[in-house]
Design a protein around this ligand. Structure first.
Ligand SMILES: Nc1ncnc2c1ncn2[C@@H]1O[C@H](COP(=O)(O)OP(=O)(O)OP(=O)(O)O)[C@@H](O)[C@H]1O
Ligand SMILES: [Mg+2]
Length: 384
């Protein structure tokens, strides 16, 4: 098929041609926006799930909806590097400023907007972006109170417009502790005071636990939604619908073959769809096309999606990853891994920090990436 017309979007956070299987979250957020028009405010939303399942795509979709309805939105992608804390503060300050500018223009408000801008610019968020090297207790307090003050001030601005302020945080499990606490506390205050403010977060499956650890009431503060693989039907649509718009079609056996191979994972669907498009001579796409596409698509994944994690692990960490894979379980007990237990703790911690594994419950460990165990099994044992 003509590569110029390839409708699929394998990659990270790329807007899929057809966002399938997320009606529940989209409807819940739609209701939130509709209710804000009537000055009714609900809880924030937390989306959690494995790598490549479509959290970022969904988060961006929700944000676009909020923007269309004149909301004041801020987007933040949390970083957990050494400079992470400073970058996160800076991103939030910048996002608040840009969002406010846009909101003020959309709603033609001037003076009130300028007052809010002064508060944002004078806050520790903006200043911390330049000067703060290591977070300390006082800085954490400043962050807490400043975020609350900004949210309170902005609430008076957005409420009369039937809008709200929403902070969309991607990779939220990586947000530093003081910003996490500040956003949770602000959401808590907002729920009590009726402020039109929402934290809409997305992250790995451990995100709900990270939030609960920060403030135990976080469990009741948000609507938690776990973003999983697509149903077979949604997966079929995710493949077939984009093709149809540009003259492609699948024989139903071919479609089924791809759906089974992708196991409902959006990233894999995009990769396989893209490969079919490149390989097939003409529509309708056949089982042979599908089989060849699965092979090519898997080779792509083995070169990009998986190694981007695997390559970040040290040889010793790889041994730990291999021990998880060898159990054949999705969430094995850490005590049951075939490695020297006494030395395993630091590797486990480092791999969690790198976002390659997470602990689904106490004493257990899982990959954050679907299909990682099978990938590891395909790798030759070299320097581990
Ligand atoms: N609902 C969907 N239907 C079809 N394709 C989707 C859907 N959601 C996302 N995709 C596609 O799947 C891929 C992964 O999406 P995305 O980057 O949003 O996942 P993610 O969960 O944020 O992953 P990560 O944890 O690595 O950040 C992208 O190629 C995207 O275009
Ligand atoms: Mg993402």
């Amino acid at each position: 098929m003509d590569p110029a017309l390839n409708p699929y979007t394998p990659g990270s956070g790329r807007k899929p041609p057809s966002l399938q299987g997320r009606d529940r979250e989209i409807d819940a957020f739609g209701l939130l926006v509709a209710r804000a028009k009537a000055r009714h405010y609900d809880r924030g939303i937390i989306l959690s799930g494995l790598r490549g399942v479509g959290k970022t795509a969904l988060l961006n979709h929700l944000r676009a909806h909020a923007e269309r309805h004149g909301w004041y939105t801020v987007r933040l992608e949390a970083q957990n590097s050494n400079a992470g804390s400073r970058l996160n503060h800076k991103q939030l300050a910048l996002g608040l400023r840009n969002g406010l500018r846009k909101f003020s223009r959309t709603h033609a408000i001037k003076q009130a907007g300028e007052r809010a801008m002064e508060i944002i610019e004078g806050s520790s968020l903006s200043i911390a972006g330049v000067t703060m090297s290591a977070p300390n207790a006082r800085a954490a307090d400043d962050t807490l109170f400043d975020v609350e003050e900004i949210v309170e001030t902005v609430s008076d601005l957005v409420r009369p417009k039937g809008a709200a302020l929403a902070v969309f945080v991607d990779e939220m499990q990586d947000l530093d502790a003081d910003l996490t606490a500040a956003l949770i506390v602000a959401q808590h205050r907002a729920n009590q005071e009726g402020w039109p403010f929402y934290v809409i977060g997305a992250g790995l499956p451990n995100l709900p636990a990270v939030l609960a650890e920060s403030r135990s009431y976080a469990e009741r503060l948000f609507l938690y939604s776990s973003i999983g693989p697509l149903t077979a039907d949604a997966a079929r649509h995710a493949l077939a619908d984009p093709a149809e718009t540009v003259g492609g079609s699948y024989l139903s056996d071919a479609l089924n073959r791809l759906v089974v191979a992708a196991d409902g994972y959006p990233y894999f669907l995009q990769e396989f769809g893209s490969a079919v498009w490149e390989l097939a001579a003409a529509p309708p796409f056949t089982v042979d096309d599908a089989v060849a596409a699965i092979e090519t698509g898997t080779a792509h994944l083995d070169q990009g999606f998986f190694p981007s994690r695997w390559d970040r692990a040290t040889p010793a960490e790889r041994r730990y990853l291999r021990a998880i894979a060898e159990t054949g379980e999705t969430a094995p007990k850490t005590s049951a891994l075939s490695i020297t237990q006494s030395a395993a703790g630091p590797f486990r911690a480092a791999l969690i920090r790198k976002g390659i594994v997470y602990s689904p419950e106490h004493g257990r460990i899982s990959f954050t990436v679907p299909g990682m165990a099978a990938f590891i099994a395909r790798q030759p044992i070299l320097d581990e």
